[in-house]
Ligand binder design. Structure first.
Ligand code: 5CA
Length: 167
């Protein structure tokens, strides 16, 4: 990817066991899940945007919409690839094929170093979060869902269809 040719000094590490998800990547690297940078592609009023989110957090779409200035929808796989040049599971935080606005979860700044996808589902690179912000040109924002507001998929109610979660 772009990293290979750019003079960033960043080192890509390849893990044959795979780094497709944040949990996979954290296990491979041996770091906290929160140190893994998820590069999530959304579409805001027809325009792709990328959200860099700590692997420990769930993105609150209404918060992303707030900073993007438009309602957002998760990009489908084809749109994500078209906008960034990379397939889901390997989308890097910068070096995208098109000019994509980037927003960054503030929590990532709380780690000394974080790890992000290097363009493939088996490769990541280590970077200080401040450098990540600089290289991605990201706008730092509060993007995470408050705990409890979005239950993980396995815990979402399936019936009744519009049922509320009572905890
Ligand atoms: N390599 C890892 C860690 S750096 C990685 O890329 N993780 S990720 O979170 O940035 O990418 C996976 C994300 O892609 C998932 O969290 C999910 O939000 C999104 N995703 C997975 N499948 C699809 C799909 N079919 N369409 C749109 N988005 C998807």
């Amino acid at each position: 990817m772009w990293l290979a040719s750019a003079n960033t000094g960043l080192v890509v590490k390849e893990f044959p066991e795979g780094t497709r998800t944040a949990v996979d990547a954290a296990r491979a690297v041996g770091c906290e899940v929160g140190q893994i940078v998820k590069s999530l592609v959304f579409v805001a009023a027809g325009m792709p945007v990328v959200a860099l989110v700590s692997g420990a957090n769930r993105l609150d779409e209404s918060r992303l919409a707030g900073v993007a200035g438009e309602p957002v929808l998760k990009a489908d796989a084809e749109t994500a690839r078209g906008a960034t040049g990379y397939s889901i599971g390997g989308v890097p935080p910068f070096g995208h094929a098109t000019e994509v606005p980037v927003f960054m979860d503030r929590d990532l700044l709380g780690y000394e170093v974080v790890w992000a996808a290097a363009g493939r589902p088996d490769s990541v690179f280590e970077i200080a979060p401040d450098r990540l912000r600089e290289l991605s040109g990201a706008t730092v924002a509060d993007l995470k869902a408050d705990p409890g507001t979005i239950p993980p998929p396995g815990l979402r109610p399936t019936s009744p269809a519009s049922g509320e979660v009572k905890t």
